[in-house]
Design a protein around this ligand. Sequence first.
Ligand code: NAD
Length: 262
Amino acid sequence: MDLGIAGKWALVCAASKGLGKGCAQALVREGVHVVITARGDDALQTTAAELRTLNPDVQVRAVAGDITTPQGRAAALAAAPQVDILVNNAGGPPPGDFRDWDRDAWIRAIDANMLTPIELIKATVDAMANHGFGRIVNITSAAVKAPIDVLGLSNGARSGLTGFIAGLARQSRLAGRNVTINNLLPGAFDTERLRVTMQGAAAKSGMSIEAIAERRRQAVPTQRFGTVEEFGAICAFVCSVHTGYLTGQNLLVDGGAYPGTF
Ligand code: NAD
């Protein structure tokens, strides 16, 4: 299937590794020019070089900076001549017990996983509507649908974003002009974040990391973790010309782990 988005410009946030990188790879394969961001410049430049090799016909611009800061967002936005596709992503908040989280911890989580995507949407969405095409994908978490106790900061901040998006995506001045906004909810994907989380669980429980990983794999009906390539391919489809009638949705990508009918 031709996704029909060659030549468009995408801003893919937090994309030197993991799910964001998977999205950038899939978009570049489709001929989309990308601006990618991450905090560390070394990994970002390596990823940018890989993307250029994947498709020499596209432009790849790498902007190092913290996307959760006004300066980081301004630099990322300035690097793209226009933003037709926006993939919102940032690191997830740390696990813990809510008794230990003070106001600053909550503000950091809300800033990163709720207000940053909202600010980037605000900066880009009206121009998308004027052009008659726009695709916004927010990478959230399966924890929005099935909360994970120790990830309370994530459950809370991402649910706030989800509620806001549910209203915004249904504005006829956006949906009626071919601008869609959807959330992708990853379950367990084989990324550095998952490995770090499992290392923490292994240290706490005294089990080996391989035993922890195996237990988590067995809890997923597919019996394995997702790959960033699979995640990227779904993201690219949601960003395609074929999805103008798909908006305001929360798409679980979790290997069937969520046990509900709906
Ligand atoms: P990862 O650690 O593998 O990669 C994160 C990427 O984001 C890196 O490129 C890093 O440099 C960049 N980054 C982090 N904070 C940033 C910031 N403030 N500004 C700019 N760049 C930043 O993580 P991942 O597994 O790809 O996860 C991506 C998101 O998806 C996270 O919010 C995570 O909580 C969420 N998530 C992941 C999983 C999973 O299984 N991997 C499951 C549910 C939710």
